[in-house]
Design a protein. Structure first.
Length: 529
Protein backbone atom coordinates (compact mmCIF):
# COMPACT_ATOMS: atom_id res chain seq x y z
CA UNK A 1 0.00 0.00 0.00
CA UNK A 2 1.35 3.44 -0.92
CA UNK A 3 1.17 6.49 1.31
CA UNK A 4 -1.62 7.98 -0.77
CA UNK A 5 -3.93 4.95 -0.85
CA UNK A 6 -6.97 5.09 1.40
CA UNK A 7 -7.33 2.14 3.75
CA UNK A 8 -10.44 0.08 3.15
CA UNK A 9 -11.62 -0.26 6.72
CA UNK A 10 -14.90 -1.80 7.87
CA UNK A 11 -17.53 0.76 8.80
CA UNK A 12 -17.13 2.13 12.32
CA UNK A 13 -19.29 0.17 14.72
CA UNK A 14 -20.28 -2.44 12.14
CA UNK A 15 -20.39 -6.20 12.70
CA UNK A 16 -17.42 -6.57 10.36
CA UNK A 17 -15.40 -4.07 12.40
CA UNK A 18 -16.21 -5.80 15.67
CA UNK A 19 -15.20 -9.13 14.16
CA UNK A 20 -11.90 -7.72 12.83
CA UNK A 21 -11.16 -6.08 16.20
CA UNK A 22 -11.87 -9.30 18.12
CA UNK A 23 -9.46 -11.16 15.83
CA UNK A 24 -6.67 -8.65 16.47
CA UNK A 25 -7.36 -8.60 20.22
CA UNK A 26 -6.85 -12.36 20.44
CA UNK A 27 -3.14 -11.72 19.93
CA UNK A 28 -2.87 -9.55 23.04
CA UNK A 29 -2.98 -12.18 25.82
CA UNK A 30 -0.23 -14.47 24.47
CA UNK A 31 1.93 -11.45 23.62
CA UNK A 32 1.44 -10.05 27.11
CA UNK A 33 2.38 -13.36 28.74
CA UNK A 34 5.49 -13.64 26.58
CA UNK A 35 6.82 -10.07 26.59
CA UNK A 36 5.66 -8.07 29.61
CA UNK A 37 7.53 -10.08 32.29
CA UNK A 38 10.83 -9.81 30.37
CA UNK A 39 12.54 -6.36 30.48
CA UNK A 40 14.91 -7.45 27.69
CA UNK A 41 12.15 -8.49 25.28
CA UNK A 42 11.66 -6.62 22.03
CA UNK A 43 8.43 -4.62 22.01
CA UNK A 44 6.82 -1.60 20.37
CA UNK A 45 4.24 0.59 22.06
CA UNK A 46 2.23 2.98 19.90
CA UNK A 47 1.00 5.79 22.16
CA UNK A 48 -2.09 7.64 20.93
CA UNK A 49 -2.94 10.12 23.73
CA UNK A 50 -6.17 11.25 22.10
CA UNK A 51 -8.69 13.11 24.24
CA UNK A 52 -11.56 11.35 22.47
CA UNK A 53 -14.30 13.32 24.19
CA UNK A 54 -17.21 15.39 22.85
CA UNK A 55 -15.95 18.54 21.15
CA UNK A 56 -17.84 20.84 23.51
CA UNK A 57 -15.97 19.19 26.39
CA UNK A 58 -12.62 19.59 24.61
CA UNK A 59 -13.29 23.28 24.04
CA UNK A 60 -13.51 23.82 27.81
CA UNK A 61 -9.92 22.63 28.40
CA UNK A 62 -7.34 25.41 28.21
CA UNK A 63 -4.55 24.26 25.88
CA UNK A 64 -6.41 21.05 25.11
CA UNK A 65 -3.98 19.73 22.47
CA UNK A 66 -1.17 19.87 25.01
CA UNK A 67 -3.06 17.40 27.21
CA UNK A 68 -1.70 14.88 24.72
CA UNK A 69 1.66 15.47 26.43
CA UNK A 70 0.45 13.92 29.70
CA UNK A 71 1.28 10.43 28.42
CA UNK A 72 4.89 11.41 27.71
CA UNK A 73 5.48 9.44 30.90
CA UNK A 74 5.26 6.44 28.54
CA UNK A 75 8.67 7.47 27.14
CA UNK A 76 10.04 5.94 30.34
CA UNK A 77 9.39 2.57 28.65
CA UNK A 78 12.57 3.30 26.72
CA UNK A 79 14.48 2.26 29.82
CA UNK A 80 13.94 -1.26 28.47
CA UNK A 81 16.88 -1.70 26.07
CA UNK A 82 14.91 -3.25 23.19
CA UNK A 83 11.70 -1.26 23.56
CA UNK A 84 10.52 1.13 20.85
CA UNK A 85 7.92 3.84 21.32
CA UNK A 86 5.88 5.54 18.59
CA UNK A 87 4.28 8.69 20.01
CA UNK A 88 1.66 10.49 17.93
CA UNK A 89 0.23 13.96 18.58
CA UNK A 90 -1.89 16.66 16.94
CA UNK A 91 0.96 19.19 16.96
CA UNK A 92 4.73 18.61 17.05
CA UNK A 93 6.22 18.50 20.55
CA UNK A 94 9.16 20.85 21.13
CA UNK A 95 12.51 18.96 21.01
CA UNK A 96 13.49 20.47 24.36
CA UNK A 97 10.42 18.85 25.97
CA UNK A 98 11.40 15.44 24.58
CA UNK A 99 14.98 15.97 25.79
CA UNK A 100 13.62 16.81 29.24
CA UNK A 101 11.88 13.43 29.50
CA UNK A 102 14.71 11.42 28.00
CA UNK A 103 17.16 12.87 30.51
CA UNK A 104 14.91 11.56 33.29
CA UNK A 105 15.46 7.99 32.11
CA UNK A 106 17.29 5.99 34.78
CA UNK A 107 20.40 4.18 33.57
CA UNK A 108 19.90 4.76 29.82
CA UNK A 109 21.87 7.22 27.66
CA UNK A 110 19.37 9.66 26.10
CA UNK A 111 20.94 9.13 22.67
CA UNK A 112 20.25 5.38 22.86
CA UNK A 113 16.64 5.99 23.87
CA UNK A 114 16.19 8.64 21.17
CA UNK A 115 17.07 6.11 18.43
CA UNK A 116 14.20 3.94 19.59
CA UNK A 117 11.65 6.77 19.71
CA UNK A 118 9.53 7.83 16.72
CA UNK A 119 7.61 11.10 17.03
CA UNK A 120 4.82 11.75 14.54
CA UNK A 121 2.40 14.64 14.28
CA UNK A 122 -0.72 15.60 12.34
CA UNK A 123 0.52 19.22 12.18
CA UNK A 124 -3.03 20.17 13.09
CA UNK A 125 -3.60 22.72 15.86
CA UNK A 126 -7.39 22.68 15.57
CA UNK A 127 -9.50 21.61 18.54
CA UNK A 128 -10.51 18.10 17.66
CA UNK A 129 -9.99 14.44 18.38
CA UNK A 130 -6.48 13.21 17.59
CA UNK A 131 -7.62 9.71 16.60
CA UNK A 132 -10.12 11.18 14.17
CA UNK A 133 -7.36 13.29 12.64
CA UNK A 134 -5.16 10.20 12.22
CA UNK A 135 -7.88 8.14 10.54
CA UNK A 136 -8.31 10.93 8.00
CA UNK A 137 -4.58 10.80 7.04
CA UNK A 138 -3.62 7.57 5.23
CA UNK A 139 -0.07 8.86 4.72
CA UNK A 140 0.40 9.28 8.48
CA UNK A 141 -1.11 5.85 9.17
CA UNK A 142 1.42 4.39 6.74
CA UNK A 143 4.26 6.13 8.60
CA UNK A 144 3.04 4.72 11.92
CA UNK A 145 2.91 1.21 10.47
CA UNK A 146 6.38 1.64 8.99
CA UNK A 147 7.73 2.64 12.42
CA UNK A 148 6.65 -0.70 13.92
CA UNK A 149 9.50 -3.21 13.44
CA UNK A 150 7.41 -6.27 14.29
CA UNK A 151 3.62 -6.17 14.69
CA UNK A 152 3.67 -9.46 16.61
CA UNK A 153 5.36 -7.63 19.50
CA UNK A 154 3.44 -4.35 19.24
CA UNK A 155 0.35 -2.92 20.87
CA UNK A 156 -1.41 0.43 21.08
CA UNK A 157 -2.22 2.36 24.25
CA UNK A 158 -4.47 5.40 24.52
CA UNK A 159 -6.04 7.82 26.97
CA UNK A 160 -9.59 6.64 26.36
CA UNK A 161 -10.91 3.83 24.19
CA UNK A 162 -13.81 4.67 21.86
CA UNK A 163 -14.97 3.38 18.50
CA UNK A 164 -12.34 5.63 16.92
CA UNK A 165 -9.50 3.86 18.76
CA UNK A 166 -10.97 0.51 17.71
CA UNK A 167 -10.87 1.65 14.07
CA UNK A 168 -7.29 2.84 14.50
CA UNK A 169 -6.18 -0.50 15.99
CA UNK A 170 -7.61 -2.23 12.92
CA UNK A 171 -5.91 0.28 10.59
CA UNK A 172 -2.55 -0.36 12.29
CA UNK A 173 -3.18 -4.11 12.67
CA UNK A 174 -2.06 -4.15 16.32
CA UNK A 175 -4.05 -4.95 19.47
CA UNK A 176 -5.32 -2.26 21.80
CA UNK A 177 -4.39 -2.53 25.47
CA UNK A 178 -7.53 -0.80 26.69
CA UNK A 179 -11.17 -1.53 27.32
CA UNK A 180 -13.32 -2.70 24.40
CA UNK A 181 -15.47 0.30 23.37
CA UNK A 182 -18.52 -1.94 23.47
CA UNK A 183 -18.14 -2.01 27.26
CA UNK A 184 -18.20 1.78 27.47
CA UNK A 185 -21.61 1.83 29.16
CA UNK A 186 -20.16 0.16 32.26
CA UNK A 187 -18.22 3.35 32.96
CA UNK A 188 -21.03 5.85 32.47
CA UNK A 189 -22.58 7.39 35.57
CA UNK A 190 -25.60 5.09 35.21
CA UNK A 191 -23.47 2.02 34.47
CA UNK A 192 -21.21 2.79 37.44
CA UNK A 193 -24.13 2.78 39.86
CA UNK A 194 -25.27 -0.58 38.50
CA UNK A 195 -21.78 -2.07 38.94
CA UNK A 196 -21.58 -0.74 42.51
CA UNK A 197 -24.85 -2.42 43.43
CA UNK A 198 -23.72 -5.71 41.87
CA UNK A 199 -20.51 -5.56 43.90
CA UNK A 200 -22.34 -4.67 47.12
CA UNK A 201 -20.57 -1.31 47.35
CA UNK A 202 -22.37 1.68 48.85
CA UNK A 203 -23.16 4.64 46.59
CA UNK A 204 -25.27 7.76 47.23
CA UNK A 205 -29.05 7.43 47.08
CA UNK A 206 -30.20 8.22 43.59
CA UNK A 207 -31.60 7.24 40.23
CA UNK A 208 -29.97 6.36 36.92
CA UNK A 209 -30.86 6.06 33.22
CA UNK A 210 -32.76 9.35 33.29
CA UNK A 211 -33.56 10.93 29.93
CA UNK A 212 -35.01 14.44 30.21
CA UNK A 213 -35.96 17.36 32.46
CA UNK A 214 -39.10 15.64 33.69
CA UNK A 215 -37.06 12.59 34.74
CA UNK A 216 -34.62 14.87 36.56
CA UNK A 217 -37.42 16.65 38.42
CA UNK A 218 -39.16 13.40 39.35
CA UNK A 219 -35.90 11.90 40.65
CA UNK A 220 -35.09 15.03 42.67
CA UNK A 221 -38.58 15.00 44.15
CA UNK A 222 -38.28 11.31 45.08
CA UNK A 223 -34.95 11.95 46.81
CA UNK A 224 -36.41 14.85 48.79
CA UNK A 225 -39.38 12.77 49.91
CA UNK A 226 -37.06 9.94 50.99
CA UNK A 227 -34.74 12.37 52.81
CA UNK A 228 -36.76 15.39 54.01
CA UNK A 229 -33.62 17.03 55.45
CA UNK A 230 -31.73 16.78 52.11
CA UNK A 231 -30.42 20.22 51.18
CA UNK A 232 -28.81 19.52 47.81
CA UNK A 233 -28.64 16.90 45.08
CA UNK A 234 -26.36 16.39 42.09
CA UNK A 235 -27.42 16.01 38.48
CA UNK A 236 -24.79 14.34 36.27
CA UNK A 237 -24.49 13.75 32.55
CA UNK A 238 -23.82 10.06 31.90
CA UNK A 239 -20.69 10.90 29.93
CA UNK A 240 -19.48 14.05 31.67
CA UNK A 241 -15.74 14.19 32.40
CA UNK A 242 -13.65 15.76 35.20
CA UNK A 243 -16.81 17.00 36.93
CA UNK A 244 -17.76 19.41 34.15
CA UNK A 245 -20.96 17.47 33.40
CA UNK A 246 -22.25 17.94 36.95
CA UNK A 247 -24.75 20.41 38.33
CA UNK A 248 -26.16 20.98 41.82
CA UNK A 249 -29.80 21.59 42.71
CA UNK A 250 -30.57 23.27 46.04
CA UNK A 251 -34.03 22.50 47.44
CA UNK A 252 -34.27 25.72 49.46
CA UNK A 253 -37.94 26.36 50.29
CA UNK A 254 -39.25 23.35 48.38
CA UNK A 255 -42.89 22.47 49.19
CA UNK A 256 -43.70 19.20 50.90
CA UNK A 257 -46.97 18.54 49.11
CA UNK A 258 -47.77 16.59 45.95
CA UNK A 259 -46.73 19.48 43.65
CA UNK A 260 -43.02 18.99 44.47
CA UNK A 261 -42.13 17.52 41.05
CA UNK A 262 -43.80 20.41 39.19
CA UNK A 263 -42.17 22.94 41.55
CA UNK A 264 -38.70 21.47 40.82
CA UNK A 265 -39.26 21.21 37.07
CA UNK A 266 -40.28 24.88 36.91
CA UNK A 267 -37.10 25.91 38.76
CA UNK A 268 -34.52 23.72 37.03
CA UNK A 269 -33.58 26.36 34.41
CA UNK A 270 -32.84 28.99 37.08
CA UNK A 271 -31.89 26.98 40.15
CA UNK A 272 -29.50 24.35 38.75
CA UNK A 273 -25.89 25.43 39.36
CA UNK A 274 -23.40 24.07 36.80
CA UNK A 275 -19.80 23.13 37.53
CA UNK A 276 -18.81 24.29 34.03
CA UNK A 277 -18.76 28.08 34.24
CA UNK A 278 -20.09 28.71 30.72
CA UNK A 279 -22.87 26.11 30.81
CA UNK A 280 -26.52 27.07 30.22
CA UNK A 281 -29.73 25.20 30.95
CA UNK A 282 -30.69 25.00 27.26
CA UNK A 283 -27.34 23.47 26.32
CA UNK A 284 -27.21 21.20 29.36
CA UNK A 285 -30.75 19.88 28.95
CA UNK A 286 -30.07 19.13 25.28
CA UNK A 287 -26.96 17.13 26.23
CA UNK A 288 -28.92 15.35 28.93
CA UNK A 289 -31.57 14.30 26.42
CA UNK A 290 -28.81 13.09 24.08
CA UNK A 291 -26.71 11.02 26.52
CA UNK A 292 -28.89 10.60 29.62
CA UNK A 293 -27.70 10.86 33.18
CA UNK A 294 -28.35 10.40 36.88
CA UNK A 295 -29.52 12.23 39.98
CA UNK A 296 -28.07 11.44 43.39
CA UNK A 297 -27.85 12.92 46.86
CA UNK A 298 -25.14 15.48 47.49
CA UNK A 299 -23.14 13.78 50.25
CA UNK A 300 -22.25 16.18 53.06
CA UNK A 301 -20.58 15.87 56.46
CA UNK A 302 -18.25 17.48 58.97
CA UNK A 303 -15.37 16.80 56.55
CA UNK A 304 -15.53 15.63 52.96
CA UNK A 305 -12.76 14.02 50.88
CA UNK A 306 -12.68 12.73 47.30
CA UNK A 307 -10.38 9.70 47.14
CA UNK A 308 -9.82 7.58 44.06
CA UNK A 309 -8.52 4.04 43.61
CA UNK A 310 -6.64 3.13 40.45
CA UNK A 311 -7.05 -0.46 39.29
CA UNK A 312 -5.81 -2.64 36.44
CA UNK A 313 -7.12 -5.72 34.64
CA UNK A 314 -4.47 -7.35 32.47
CA UNK A 315 -4.95 -9.36 29.25
CA UNK A 316 -4.58 -12.73 31.01
CA UNK A 317 -7.26 -11.99 33.59
CA UNK A 318 -5.19 -10.74 36.52
CA UNK A 319 -6.62 -7.76 38.34
CA UNK A 320 -5.37 -5.61 41.18
CA UNK A 321 -5.45 -2.27 42.98
CA UNK A 322 -2.37 -0.35 41.84
CA UNK A 323 -2.64 2.98 43.68
CA UNK A 324 -4.85 5.24 45.78
CA UNK A 325 -5.13 9.02 45.75
CA UNK A 326 -6.93 11.89 47.38
CA UNK A 327 -8.22 14.09 44.59
CA UNK A 328 -7.94 17.87 44.80
CA UNK A 329 -11.16 19.36 43.48
CA UNK A 330 -12.37 22.84 42.62
CA UNK A 331 -15.28 24.44 40.81
CA UNK A 332 -18.42 26.05 42.31
CA UNK A 333 -19.26 23.03 44.49
CA UNK A 334 -15.93 21.20 44.50
CA UNK A 335 -16.49 18.62 41.76
CA UNK A 336 -13.89 19.58 39.12
CA UNK A 337 -10.57 17.71 39.13
CA UNK A 338 -7.48 19.88 39.72
CA UNK A 339 -4.84 17.49 41.07
CA UNK A 340 -4.13 14.75 43.59
CA UNK A 341 -2.02 13.57 46.50
CA UNK A 342 -0.61 10.05 46.85
CA UNK A 343 -1.44 7.84 48.62
CA UNK A 344 -4.97 8.33 49.97
CA UNK A 345 -5.56 9.08 53.64
CA UNK A 346 -5.05 5.96 55.80
CA UNK A 347 -8.28 6.77 57.68
CA UNK A 348 -10.33 5.37 54.79
CA UNK A 349 -7.78 3.96 52.32
CA UNK A 350 -8.22 0.27 53.24
CA UNK A 351 -12.02 0.45 53.01
CA UNK A 352 -12.12 2.11 49.60
CA UNK A 353 -9.45 -0.23 48.24
CA UNK A 354 -11.46 -3.25 49.39
CA UNK A 355 -14.57 -1.81 47.73
CA UNK A 356 -12.57 -1.16 44.55
CA UNK A 357 -11.35 -4.78 44.53
CA UNK A 358 -14.94 -6.04 44.57
CA UNK A 359 -15.95 -3.73 41.73
CA UNK A 360 -12.84 -4.71 39.74
CA UNK A 361 -13.79 -8.38 40.06
CA UNK A 362 -17.22 -7.64 38.59
CA UNK A 363 -15.66 -5.65 35.74
CA UNK A 364 -13.12 -8.39 35.00
CA UNK A 365 -15.98 -10.87 34.66
CA UNK A 366 -17.55 -8.52 32.12
CA UNK A 367 -14.36 -8.41 30.02
CA UNK A 368 -12.99 -4.99 31.00
CA UNK A 369 -9.28 -4.51 30.23
CA UNK A 370 -6.58 -2.00 31.17
CA UNK A 371 -6.21 0.80 33.72
CA UNK A 372 -9.17 2.59 35.20
CA UNK A 373 -10.12 4.48 38.34
CA UNK A 374 -13.00 4.27 40.79
CA UNK A 375 -13.86 7.55 42.50
CA UNK A 376 -15.35 7.83 45.98
CA UNK A 377 -16.59 10.50 48.33
CA UNK A 378 -15.66 9.99 52.01
CA UNK A 379 -17.43 11.96 54.73
CA UNK A 380 -16.73 12.24 58.43
CA UNK A 381 -19.97 11.64 60.28
CA UNK A 382 -20.39 10.82 63.99
CA UNK A 383 -16.65 10.40 64.37
CA UNK A 384 -16.14 7.86 61.57
CA UNK A 385 -15.56 7.96 57.84
CA UNK A 386 -18.35 6.78 55.58
CA UNK A 387 -17.39 5.97 51.98
CA UNK A 388 -19.58 6.10 48.88
CA UNK A 389 -18.54 5.04 45.39
CA UNK A 390 -19.27 7.77 42.87
CA UNK A 391 -18.13 6.65 39.43
CA UNK A 392 -15.95 4.35 37.36
CA UNK A 393 -13.63 5.98 34.81
CA UNK A 394 -12.80 3.28 32.25
CA UNK A 395 -9.82 5.21 30.93
CA UNK A 396 -6.61 6.82 32.00
CA UNK A 397 -7.07 10.01 33.97
CA UNK A 398 -5.44 12.72 36.02
CA UNK A 399 -4.03 10.23 38.53
CA UNK A 400 -2.54 7.92 35.87
CA UNK A 401 0.52 9.78 34.61
CA UNK A 402 1.87 10.89 38.02
CA UNK A 403 1.85 7.33 39.34
CA UNK A 404 3.31 5.87 36.13
CA UNK A 405 6.12 8.40 36.20
CA UNK A 406 6.89 7.63 39.86
CA UNK A 407 6.98 3.91 39.09
CA UNK A 408 9.22 4.30 36.07
CA UNK A 409 11.66 6.69 37.75
CA UNK A 410 12.09 4.72 40.97
CA UNK A 411 11.41 1.15 39.81
CA UNK A 412 9.22 1.05 42.90
CA UNK A 413 6.03 -0.75 43.91
CA UNK A 414 2.85 0.08 45.79
CA UNK A 415 1.81 -2.26 48.59
CA UNK A 416 -1.97 -1.92 48.71
CA UNK A 417 -2.19 -3.62 52.11
CA UNK A 418 -0.03 -1.04 53.88
CA UNK A 419 -0.73 1.80 51.45
CA UNK A 420 3.02 2.33 51.09
CA UNK A 421 5.04 3.01 47.96
CA UNK A 422 8.69 2.00 48.18
CA UNK A 423 11.43 2.60 45.64
CA UNK A 424 13.66 -0.23 44.52
CA UNK A 425 16.06 0.71 47.33
CA UNK A 426 13.29 0.63 49.95
CA UNK A 427 12.64 4.36 50.35
CA UNK A 428 9.08 5.50 51.01
CA UNK A 429 7.79 8.07 48.55
CA UNK A 430 4.76 10.33 48.40
CA UNK A 431 3.64 12.99 45.95
CA UNK A 432 1.49 16.02 45.30
CA UNK A 433 0.51 16.51 41.64
CA UNK A 434 -1.50 18.98 39.59
CA UNK A 435 -2.47 19.59 35.97
CA UNK A 436 -3.56 23.12 36.76
CA UNK A 437 -0.75 25.50 37.64
CA UNK A 438 -2.06 28.35 35.54
CA UNK A 439 -1.57 32.12 35.72
CA UNK A 440 -1.26 34.99 33.19
CA UNK A 441 2.24 35.72 34.57
CA UNK A 442 3.42 32.37 33.19
CA UNK A 443 2.44 33.20 29.60
CA UNK A 444 5.55 33.43 27.45
CA UNK A 445 7.68 31.03 29.47
CA UNK A 446 9.13 28.28 27.29
CA UNK A 447 10.53 24.87 28.23
CA UNK A 448 14.11 26.14 28.47
CA UNK A 449 13.11 28.93 30.86
CA UNK A 450 11.04 26.50 32.94
CA UNK A 451 13.88 24.01 33.28
CA UNK A 452 16.32 26.80 34.11
CA UNK A 453 14.01 28.03 36.88
CA UNK A 454 13.67 24.50 38.26
CA UNK A 455 17.39 23.75 38.25
CA UNK A 456 18.43 27.17 39.59
CA UNK A 457 15.98 26.90 42.48
CA UNK A 458 16.69 23.28 43.39
CA UNK A 459 13.34 21.98 42.19
CA UNK A 460 14.50 19.60 39.47
CA UNK A 461 14.04 15.86 40.09
CA UNK A 462 17.20 14.35 41.59
CA UNK A 463 17.74 10.70 40.63
CA UNK A 464 20.17 10.23 43.53
CA UNK A 465 17.67 11.21 46.24
CA UNK A 466 14.62 10.17 44.16
CA UNK A 467 12.89 13.39 45.13
CA UNK A 468 12.04 16.57 43.30
CA UNK A 469 9.75 18.04 40.67
CA UNK A 470 8.83 16.76 37.21
CA UNK A 471 6.79 18.96 34.91
CA UNK A 472 4.21 18.03 32.29
CA UNK A 473 1.93 19.97 29.93
CA UNK A 474 5.06 22.00 29.28
CA UNK A 475 3.97 22.86 25.74
CA UNK A 476 0.98 24.79 27.12
CA UNK A 477 3.18 27.30 28.97
CA UNK A 478 4.16 29.81 26.26
CA UNK A 479 0.64 30.48 25.00
CA UNK A 480 -1.62 29.59 27.91
CA UNK A 481 0.53 30.08 31.01
CA UNK A 482 -0.37 26.57 32.12
CA UNK A 483 1.77 23.67 33.31
CA UNK A 484 1.48 20.53 35.44
CA UNK A 485 3.84 19.32 38.14
CA UNK A 486 4.56 16.12 40.03
CA UNK A 487 6.32 16.78 43.34
CA UNK A 488 7.86 13.68 44.93
CA UNK A 489 9.01 13.73 48.55
CA UNK A 490 9.89 11.46 51.46
CA UNK A 491 6.70 12.41 53.32
CA UNK A 492 3.28 13.86 52.46
CA UNK A 493 4.21 17.14 54.15
CA UNK A 494 7.48 17.39 52.23
CA UNK A 495 5.70 16.76 48.92
CA UNK A 496 3.08 19.41 49.75
CA UNK A 497 5.75 21.97 50.70
CA UNK A 498 7.63 21.20 47.50
CA UNK A 499 4.48 21.80 45.45
CA UNK A 500 3.77 25.13 47.13
CA UNK A 501 7.41 26.19 46.69
CA UNK A 502 7.18 25.22 43.02
CA UNK A 503 4.12 27.41 42.48
CA UNK A 504 5.59 30.32 44.45
CA UNK A 505 8.92 30.08 42.61
CA UNK A 506 7.30 30.00 39.17
CA UNK A 507 5.17 33.04 39.99
CA UNK A 508 8.15 34.96 41.39
CA UNK A 509 10.56 34.13 38.56
CA UNK A 510 7.99 34.70 35.82
CA UNK A 511 7.04 38.09 37.28
CA UNK A 512 10.72 39.05 37.56
CA UNK A 513 11.30 38.04 33.95
CA UNK A 514 8.36 40.16 32.79
CA UNK A 515 9.64 43.20 34.76
CA UNK A 516 13.10 42.72 33.26
CA UNK A 517 11.64 42.51 29.77
CA UNK A 518 9.67 45.73 30.29
CA UNK A 519 12.81 47.53 31.51
CA UNK A 520 14.72 46.34 28.44
CA UNK A 521 11.93 47.58 26.19
CA UNK A 522 11.90 50.97 27.97
CA UNK A 523 15.66 51.32 27.44
CA UNK A 524 15.33 50.51 23.74
CA UNK A 525 12.44 52.96 23.28
CA UNK A 526 13.67 56.60 23.13
CA UNK A 527 11.72 59.05 25.24
CA UNK A 528 9.59 61.55 23.33
CA UNK A 529 10.61 65.19 23.64
Amino acid sequence: MTDTQVLELPACGSTDERSAFAEIQRRLAPMYARIFPDPAAERTVVVVPSMSLPREELAKLTGVNHYEERLLCMLMLLRYPRASVVYVTSEPIAPSVIDYYLHLLPGVPPSHARRRLTLLSCDDASIGILTEKLLARPDLLARIRAAIPDRSTAHMTCFVSTGLERSLAIALDIPLYACDPDLHSLGTKSGSREMFRRAGVACPSGFEHLRDAHDIAAALAALKREQPSLRRAVVKLDEGSSGDGNAVFSFGDAPVDHDLTRWIEDRLPSQLRFEAGDETWDCYSAKFESMGGIVESFVEGAAVRSPSVQCRIDPIGGHSVISSHDQLLGGPSGQVYLGCTFPANPAYRSEIQEAAKRVTGILADRGVLGRFAIDFVSVLANGRWENYAIEINLRKGGTTHPFLLLQFLTDGTYDSESGTFRTRTGRRRFYHASDNIVHPALVGLDSDALIDIAVTNGLHYDAATQQGVMFHLIGALPKYGKVGALCVGSSPARAARMYQRTVDTLMREASAARRSKRRDEDVRTPALA
